[in-house]
Design a protein around this ligand. Sequence first.
Ligand code: SF4
Ligand code: FES
Length: 248
Amino acid sequence: MNKSHTYDHDSGRKITLSIFRYNPSNPASEPSFREYTLTETPGMTLYIALTKIYTSIDHDLSFDFVCRAGICGSCAMVVNGKPRLACKTLTSEFADARITLMPLPTFKHNKDLSVDTGNWMNAMSLKVESWIHSKEQTDISRIEKRVDPDTADEIFELDRCIECGICLASCSTRIMREDFIGAVGLNRVARFSIDPHDERTDEDFYELIGDDNGIFGCMSLMGCEDHCPKHLPLQSRIAYMRRKMVKV
Ligand code: SF4
Ligand code: FES
């Protein structure tokens, strides 16, 4: 069923957002799209449009956000069929003024545009043992071990992941295979494998990702890298780990 609501404001282009509505925890709720028409303002992002809808039209609409600056990864959703960050997407990008919003697939659906990426990311972090493994006793009074600047840059580049889940929502393997750790998980392993503080061997990493739910599940379809909002070099990192793992 489609329902339609309008928010009238000054002059400006009228845009229509068609938003997926469903509350899985309410037995009376049925999946539907609801349409909202509002006036576009200069520099309007989807996050701003959703906030206007929430404050002025429909206080029951659920969506996630924290930083509004492309840093926290909370506001990922499917925008006209492509996973994107709502806070970094301008409404002016859509020439026909019609925008369809759906929740990210592959994650537990909370309500409307809200999904639970946090519990999945936490489980993935535990699965790939996402922390430095070292036999050395930590002594916080000592100066940290020096790292070659090029290696530090490489680690920093991979650490830019904001755990938005867009790579998983863009991944056919992940859609078919629930336990696949996806580009975000493989990128995390690649990050620790180049960190000189981490004493794990390739054999140790193989134990974590040497199967079809890990490095051998990737079909190199590139959806992850095409859509990653932080433009991480996901495919080259996956290829790098795959080369290492086939040698084990
Ligand atoms: S790798 Fe990119 S798309 Fe995937 S979770 Fe990290 S920032 Fe998001
Ligand atoms: S609200 Fe934090 S990335 Fe969009």
